[in-house]
Design a protein around this ligand. Structure first.
Ligand SMILES: NC(=O)c1ccc[n+]([C@@H]2O[C@H](COP(=O)([O-])OP(=O)(O)OC[C@H]3O[C@@H](n4cnc5c(N)ncnc54)[C@H](O)[C@@H]3O)[C@@H](O)[C@H]2O)c1
Length: 507
């Protein structure tokens, strides 16, 4: 592995907007002298002052020494001429997201800087290969993709274009590590790792909303309380801004030649057209007007059942821990062979396998069927989504609900759709991650790390897929695909291969 850039060398950051200022702070915190340049007069100084203000808040809270802040700010030098950055060991551009403007800047930098200077781009959507194509030495251009806000987010995607020299990429990787970041390597493909693999997180919930499976607040609550994600997709896109999120989806969709896996959502398009961009405009899926309250998730009222005997038929797979919760709740547990389902009163409950409850009930002859969704940790989940077969009796539905409530689980009863919410989302995330791994976009370890460090996912999608047991995600996807009869849910080749090899990604 190559060495990190020496902290005695200077780093230059071009573009002192949200990202550039944050990157300047990160490099200065690591000990580098930083030149900060922006073509707008005064913007570089404003950027540095913004960093000072942020750090001052930490001093006020007693989290940082004034002396340390002064030292960091003292290392950031706003410069008005581009030629002032010539002596840097690396120049990171964080200017407007425009291929031609970035190309022109990089060409100028190539002229000004010495042959050893690394040229790095913070682009989130432009091909590093295309950015380097007109340089005389494209091998020294590399993507260094920080996440917003750069000082707080750990992930840095080190993106290799077709011509990028491996030594250059390794130097940037080691440098990002030295700066306290978690770097991963990625090839220059649309969306790199995170902006590609994360698409289903938004897309599947948007589709479920469009199909009237549940309202936004209920879907958000399920993703948070059962899936263990920090935020649900609707509150998160409200925070990101629908204009930004919709633009990224469109860009990835078009870059992959309209692959339906990335299909943008009409619901999100309408929000953008209405100017309901989320928090920043005061309205998105939720209202942010003063005094407005977030709607509560739909939760079933208390269901009554005097039954206290639970029959566990066969292996419950990832939902095994649920049985312990029922035992702890005082239920008598009877175990016997079976396909992996629970019987309680008139109800039969099973973990979703990607089919609708109505279809599965008919095929398996279990008419009183209730399907429950995946949870990140069945031992702790405070809410579960369920769907009920159309054929089920009212008593069976009430028994199913009562059973889950006995374990202290809030029940969100959804319209009967394939794969419910968390299972469907996790299966599609793993599918995208598997495809990215197959295509060599990054290693499986780096993909999992990127989704955790870049987006705070509770677990990397490939490791999560392994934890669900051999072949489960593959079977779920095949069933969802069968339900919709759409190409969008086709299982990735590596999932299929693992299924037949009876192994996971890691073992
Ligand atoms: N905002 C994000 O969440 C995010 C995350 C990761 C990457 N990025 C990428 O980072 C880059 C910057 O994004 P941002 O959100 O900081 O934008 P921004 O609009 O906040 O800042 C861009 C700055 O670049 C300056 N600028 C424009 N053209 C210039 C030029 N030719 N020379 C010098 N300065 C120039 C502008 O004056 C402005 O101050 C983009 O490539 C973007 O795709 C953004």
């Amino acid at each position: 592995m190559s060495q990190a850039l020496d902290t005695h060398t200077a780093i230059a950051v071009i573009g002192a907007g949200a990202m550039g200022s944050g990157i300047a702070q990160v490099a200065a915190q690591a000990g580098h002298k930083v030149y900060l340049h922006d073509q707008r007069e005064g913007a570089a100084a404003t950027g540095r002052d913004g960093v000072a203000k942020q750090l001052q808040r930490r001093v006020d809270k007693g989290k940082m020494e004034q002396q340390a802040v002064d030292a960091i700010i003292g290392r950031i030098h706003p410069v008005s001429a581009l030629s002032d950055v010539a002596e840097s060991s690396m120049v990171i551009e964080a200017i407007i997201e425009d291929l031609e403007i970035k190309r022109e800047l990089l060409a100028n930098l190539e002229e000004l800087c010495g042959p050893e200077t690394i040229l790095a781009t913070n682009t989130s959507s432009i091909s590093v290969t295309a950015l380097g194509a007109k340089l005389s030495k494209p091998e020294r251009l590399v993507g260094m993709h920080f996440f917003n806000p750069a000082p707080l987010m750990a992930l840095v995607e080190v993106v290799k274009g077709l011509a990028t020299d491996n030594v250059v990429a390794e130097t940037v990787h080691a440098t990002a590590s030295n700066w306290g970041k978690k770097p991963v390597f990625a090839t220059s493909t649309p969306g790199f790792i995170v902006n590609r693999v994360a698409r289903p997180f938004y897309a599947e919930s948007l589709r479920l909303l469009q199909e009237q499976t549940a309202d936004a607040a209920t879907l958000d609550a399920i993703i948070r309380e059962a899936g263990n994600f920090r935020m649900g997709p609707f509150e998160l896109t409200d925070l990101i801004g629908h204009d930004v999120n919709y633009a990224v989806t469109n860009s990835v969709f078009n870059a992959y030649y309209q692959d339906t896996r990335f299909l943008p959502s009409l619901i999100q398009k309408e929000l953008v057209e209405a100017g309901r961009l989320g928090r920043k405009s005061g309205h998105g899926f939720y209202s942010y007007a003063e005094g407005s309250q977030r709607p509560s998730p739909r939760t079933e009222p208390e269901c009554q059942s005097h039954e206290n005997r639970l029959i566990v038929e066969g292996e419950m797979g990832p939902a095994k821990a649920l049985v312990d919760r029922f035992r702890d709740a005082g239920l008598e547990i009877i175990e016997r062979d079976g396909p992996g389902q629970l019987r309680f009163g008139d109800a039969v409950l099973a973990l979703t396998d990607g089919r609708m409850a109505t279809e599965r009930a008919q095929v398996e002859g279990t008419l009183n069927l209730t399907l429950f969704d995946l949870a990140f940790d069945f031992a702790k989940a405070s809410r579960l989504a369920v769907s009920v077969a159309s054929q089920a009796s009212d008593k069976a539905v009430s028994d199913a609900c009562a059973l889950l409530q006995k374990a202290g689980i809030a029940v969100s009863l959804l319209e009967d759709r394939p794969g419910l919410v968390v299972m469907r989302t996790v299966a599609m995330l793993a599918n995208e991650a598997a495809d990215a791994a197959l295509q060599g976009v990054a290693t499986k370890e780096d993909i999992d790390l990127a989704m955790q460090a870049g987006l705070n996912y509770p677990e990397g999608p490939l490791s999560w897929s392994d934890r669900l047991g051999n072949g489960r995600v593959f079977r779920v996807l095949r069933n969802i695909q069968g339900s919709y009869e759409e190409d969008r849910y086709r299982p990735a080749l590596l999932l299929r291969k693992n299924h037949y090899a009876e192994k996971g990604f890691y073992a």
